[in-house]
Write a protein that binds this ligand. Structure first.
Ligand SMILES: [Zn+2]
Ligand SMILES: [Zn+2]
Length: 346
């Protein structure tokens, strides 16, 4: 789908969806934007101007996602082999999964932020240590013994659908790059991932937001073994970085494109403020682990105890991101008791 001449929104399905079903849903959303459940597809963006071709994000490394990319590029007179530069907003498997395959086909320059480049190795090339550190991490946060191996194994299943490749170019944010007549600025927006980037084209007033800003979904901001500091604090500061940009097209990597930037930023901030208040109420006077707090919080998808291990881990990680932010702003304290970390109200 053409956004403006030279910028095309493509679509690649998640492994559990067919291209046809995912595309049908995307068309429905075009006519009736609404809240959707789950993630049926990724929206890569092709920039093609004056004989130059770049792609922002790709999709999972499945044959059907590759075929979908091929179909989408062909509709706009191109082919994956034409890609000269592949910019990855962040290295989550739905955005980066196909990068290795595209590198082989097109010999393109792969561009990743240095903070995400750092975690490619432990996440995709040598994930064994990750499983072990995840077990220790879960123990620290009060996850009951029997649940730990299943939870720490949770993400191993998706590795089959990722073709990792080391980046050719690592960026820090602030760099510019051109594709034909487009002039993009790279904006570092850590939070959802430590090296998440957005791309801004000030002349055409376009902002490619990756997973940082989505029209109805609040992106997951989570603490796990590969996060340091306060990702929710980073995330909130990253939202503010974009708030004053002059933007007419907000182009996210999921759901649908929109014109609303400022309003959506305010909605997301409001959501987290409510969530932070709720988390404070879920901390016992005598102290609680993140697992205990996560068990008391209202999740849109049900009770923590009923979640799949992978989702339990995501919920604990999200709870921790909020607790760490509350600690950062002086609303809770934390203390080690034996091998476990407890959070206390102030
Ligand atoms: Zn993501
Ligand atoms: Zn995503």
């Amino acid at each position: 789908m053409q956004i403006v001449e030279g910028i095309y929104q493509l679509l690649t399905p998640f492994p559990q969806f067919t291209f046809e079903d995912a595309r049908a849903l995307r068309r429905q959303l075009q006519e009736h934007p609404r809240v959707t459940k789950g993630l049926p597809y990724v929206l890569p963006y092709m920039i093609r101007d004056r004989g130059e071709t770049a792609l922002v994000d790709c999709g999972w490394n499945t044959d059907s996602a590759y075929e979908a990319l091929e179909v989408g590029m062909r509709e706009h007179g191109s082919h994956p082999a034409d890609i000269q530069r592949l910019v990855i907003t962040h290295i989550h498997p739905d955005h980066y999964g196909m990068a290795g395959r595209l590198k082989r086909i097109a010999d393109c320059e792969v561009v990743v932020h240095e903070k995400d480049a750092e975690i490619i190795n432990t996440r995709y090339f040598a994930p064994k240590g990750l499983t072990e550190s995840m077990s220790r991490f879960m123990q620290l946060n009060g996850v009951p013994e029997m649940d730990t191996p299943a939870m720490s194994q949770g993400s191993m299943n998706m590795l089959g659908n990722v073709a990792p490749v080391p980046p050719d170019t690592e960026v820090k944010g602030g760099e510019r790059f051109t594709v034909g007549g487009f002039d993009f600025e790279i904006i570092w927006t850590p939070g959802h991932s430590p090296g998440h980037i957005c791309l801004y084209e000030p002349n055409r007033k376009l902002l490619l937001t990756g997973d940082h800003i989505l029209p109805t979904i609040t992106p997951n901001v989570s603490i796990h073994t590969q996060t340091h500091g306060s990702p929710l604090g980073d995330y909130m500061r990253s939202l503010e970085k974009l708030a004053d940009l002059d933007v007419e097209h907000v182009l996210p990597a999921h759901e649908f494109d929109t014109k609303e930037l400022k309003k959506r930023i305010l909605e997301i901030e409001h959501h987290h403020e409510e969530r932070l208040d709720e988390m404070v109420r879920c901390v016992d006077a005598g102290g609680s682990t993140a697992w205990e707090v996560a068990g008391r919080v209202q999740w849109a998808t049900g009770r923590l105890a009923d979640f799949e291990p992978f989702m339990q881990r995501a919920a604990v990680g999200e709870t921790l991101a909020h607790l760490e932010y509350l600690f950062e702003v002086g609303r809770v304290a934390k203390v080690m008791r034996g091998k476990q970390l407890y959070w206390l109200p102030i």
